[in-house]
Design a binder for this molecule. Structure first.
Ligand SMILES: Cc1ncc(COP(=O)(O)O)c(C=O)c1O
Length: 327
């Protein structure tokens, strides 16, 4: 699948797939599995390491000397981009939406350790940051550099295709374990991970209910971003073949907003950790985990449906939530 794409190896693959026996038993799922993309390896791992392999491949093809990307102050994507640049020997510039804190913690601390140049901007949304990204790219070109723009979350075809390829990896593992997933639950921000998984399932001819749990935008907005990525990939890569995707986005777990903790998320972090030793993150997988638990307890996932929870990483952000340590 997509064998002609340029790739720079960064991730430790395949990531493990294993059972969550205790959590599964407690929420009435006979076969609950977890796909450990928190273990992609590079600088605490996460889903962006897969994406960055192909982003870097493309940047190299374009002879880029600098990667510029954007995100929130605690962006996992920015931390993984900084790490990828460190490995590749490229300059990394991060445009972060939010105030510079007095003390660097979590992902921000790691960004600095990884050698990224960090600039702070008012926190007025990812779209505005993406516009700033274009402005910075133009300025760098004026200075004779050859910068490569990576939009928030690597929401671009080469940042999406790696998750189609990851479906091939998952299928090899599920065949070995002798089951076929009926449902996949994955946290969704910009939508690239979900779009890639949907494309992979289509190319492998799999009939799986793939549920993107939105942590950022309402379902309609997220679906149109996912559809847009899928359409671009169908246009640019004929091997995908035209298809009308079923895009399932659940926006009922956003709570009070992006990155805002709720009691439900705190309980979810506790349940995964105490039952199966799995550390989730407070922004993405905590909300997707809450969705999984509620759906199972409400009977929206039949007990005999093999279900894969896709862990996308993000744990360094835990250290930027001191309130999690309140006793
Ligand atoms: C830990 C984690 N999970 C999920 C996502 C969402 O991925 P996507 O933007 O591809 O929807 C992100 C994005 O930053 C993330 O950091």
């Amino acid at each position: 699948m997509f064998d002609d794409l340029s790739r720079e190896k960064l991730a430790f693959l395949p990531t493990p797939l294993h059972r969550l026996k205790n959590l599964g038993n407690s929420i009435g799922l006979d076969e609950l599995w977890i796909k450990r993309d928190d273990q992609t390896g590079l600088s605490f791992g996460g889903n962006k390491v897969r994406k960055l392999e192909y982003v870097l491949g493309d940047a190299r093809k374009n002879k880029a000397d600098t990667l510029v990307t954007v995100g929130g102050v605690q962006s996992n994507h920015c931390r993984q981009t900084a790490a990828a640049c460190a490995v590749a020997g490229l300059r990394c510039i991060l445009l972060l939406g939010g105030e510079e804190p007095a003390h660097y913690t979590g992902n921000l601390l790691l960004d600095r350790m990884l050698g990224a140049e960090i600039k702070f901007y008012p926190n007025d949304g990812l779209m505005t940051l993406n516009t700033r990204l274009n402005e910075v790219i133009e300025t760098l070109k004026d200075f004779g550099l050859n910068p490569y723009a990576v939009p928030a979350g690597a929401e671009m075809p080469v940042g999406t295709i790696p998750y189609a390829i990851a479906m091939e990896e998952l299928l090899t593992q599920t065949k070995k374990e002798q089951f076929m997933p009926g449902k996949i639950i994955v946290p969704t921000g910009t939508g690239g991970t979900l779009a890639g998984i949907i494309i992979g399932a289509h190319m492998l001819d799999l009939d799986i209910d793939i549920i993107g749990v939105s942590v950022l935008s309402d379902a309609e907005t997220t679906k149109s971003r996912v559809q847009n990525l899928i359409s671009r990939i169908i246009d640019e890569y004929p091997e995908v073949g035209a298809f009308k995707p079923k895009i399932h986005v659940d926006d009922s777990f956003i709570g009070d907003g992006y990155g805002i903790l709720s009691d439900g998320v705190k309980t979810t972090l506790d349940m995964f950790a105490k039952m199966d030793g799995i550390i989730l993150d407070p922004v993405y997988t905590g909300k997707a985990g809450l969705a999984l638990i509620r759906m199972a307890l409400n009977g929206d996932i039949p007990s005999d449906t093999p279900t894969v929870f896709w862990h996308t990483g993000g744990q360094p952000a835990l250290y930027a939530y001191p309130e999690l340590g309140d006793v």
